[in-house]
Design a protein around this ligand. Sequence first.
Ligand code: NOJ
Length: 534
Amino acid sequence: MTAEPFLWWRDGVIYQIYPRSFASSSGSGVGDLQGIRGKLPYLQDLGVDAIWLSPIYPSPNVDFGYDVSNYVDIHPDFGTLADFDALVADAHARGIRIVLDLVLNHTSDQHPWFQQARQGRDNPYRDYYLWRDPRPGGGPPNNWQAVFGGSAWEWDEASGQYYYHMFYKQQPDVNWRNPAVRQAMLDVFRFWLERGVDGFRLDVFNLYFKHADLPDNPPKLGLRGYDRQEHIYDNNQPEMMDLLAEIRALLDQYPERYMVGETFDSSAEMAAQYCAPGRLHAAFNFKMLTQGWRPGGYLRAIQEWEHVLAPESWPNYVLNNHDVRRSASRFGRGENDERLKVAAAMLLSLRGTPFLYYGEEIGMRDISLRRSEILDPIGKRYWPFHKGRDGCRAPMQWDASENAGFGAGKPWLPPHPDYPFRNAAAQAEDPDSLLNFYKRLLALRREHAALRQGLFQPLSYEPRAVLGYLRQTQTETLLVALNFRRWPARLVLGGRMANRRWRLLLSNKRSEAPVPQDGVIALAGEEALILKMV
Ligand code: NOJ
């Protein structure tokens, strides 16, 4: 295949920022837009092409920004619209695109629409949400469960009806079947597009529509109420496809805009349908967030994704986000980062857009909190079985100064105690650090079209030790060999490959290209190796 010109969202790397935790300019203990702006040189030096900001809109913060009370303004904790415009301008000047997180499945209960809607059955905004009478004999209209716990129906004493919420009761789901809602939401896209935003991450978009008749979901085995039913009527309804086409048509009126959807609780096949031509540019596939540290599981996830996607669709890969334990805590060993280098080399050499999560590039680990320190309501509710998501949202570890250099003022969550030695400043100085390894990978990806667009061809592999694959364009063949184990392993190159010569592009374990012996490349323990065929 011949390489195409660089397209930011396909060829580039997208870096997720959790704004509360990235950098604070104000000393309030909460990160802000000016803080992010001040770190653009760092991001440019790292080599990312875009930043995705978790929600920055006004919000009472029951779900830390995923409960929006105004879609077209900035949370005062984060700054103002003027700060936002300045961030966009500075980011663009550095070649960094801005992706906003749009949370359009539900609003905050403090949103003026809901405030109006709960005034009574006749209020013009009532139908912006899903209100229903109790079922005959009393009780919620159907058996639907909220993923954050309990019935998804909340009783409103004043009007004698229930309203529906998939997440917290302070996050009522909107009624996307109401044309006024649809129009208002499209206007939200337009507002930010006009402000120069380059793309959107759509929070749980596949929940927008629920079955119009609200039938009970069929039961299945599971632990919690939510897990004890098949979610066939409260998500993935066919109406979503037309809506995506409509939003896509809107985005396509602007050059090089992008949207990636968070496909909530769904299969790779379903995600693939949502990013078929004319719909989303990309849909997340979260398979890699739950893989154990074995090459076989990753290879399966990659092959499944490659298999289900339409030929015109584009994959993406992610090892971390603001909802899961950090990869460094899932499979890092103590403070050792070698496995994380192997994981980084995989993520950044696959055929698909890599998403990084702030701090991943320095191997930040989750923080541990005492029960009394937990802020995430699901952590409060399910402690000690699920301690919530605060662990992966700790302040970015910039340097060894107070508060990890996050800013003056007590940070909203404590920094990880390893910050005096694990921080961006220290790693910038150390040529063997994880940070410098990420930088080299990002630079390699930019340099070699084969890493961005080349065909992905797995090599024969040892399912418990080595993952090996080729990335190929018409003019270039690169080989990626990843040893997941601590002890040496072999990658066998069969057929015509056996006698080829290779140039070293990157390794965390050697400085000269290996010379295959009888078609076998000997890998050091936990080695990540990228070679170019000469
Ligand atoms: C998915 C988001 O990633 C998560 O953080 C949030 O709690 C829910 N959607 C609700 O918006």
